[in-house]
Design a protein. Structure first.
Length: 81
């Protein structure tokens, strides 16, 4: 099926392919965590099998740091009633 000259490089090609796919999958998680106010490196936790489920629940149900900052800014301005 494969030429014998190509066969030794097949594992290297697969490793590079998997690394590129992992990087493409990781970039959106970096931006999601960054926009939510968390450290962007928390996106790396999405690749750990059980931890990714826990992190999705934390992301969905906890108050984000950006929300806390918004609430503190809203409270610092006087209202015109």
């Amino acid at each position: 099926m494969f030429n014998n000259n190509v066969l030794p490089f097949l594992p290297l090609v697969l490793i590079v392919f998997i690394a590129v796919l992992a990087l493409v999958a990781m970039v959106p998680w970096f931006f999601i965590y960054k926009k939510a106010g968390f450290h962007p490196a928390m996106g790396c936790l999405m690749f750990l099998p059980i931890v990714n489920l826990v992190m999705m629940f934390i992301l969905a149900f906890t108050e984000w740091p950006i929300e806390r900052e918004l609430q503190s800014l809203k409270g610092s301005f006087p209202r015109n009633n």
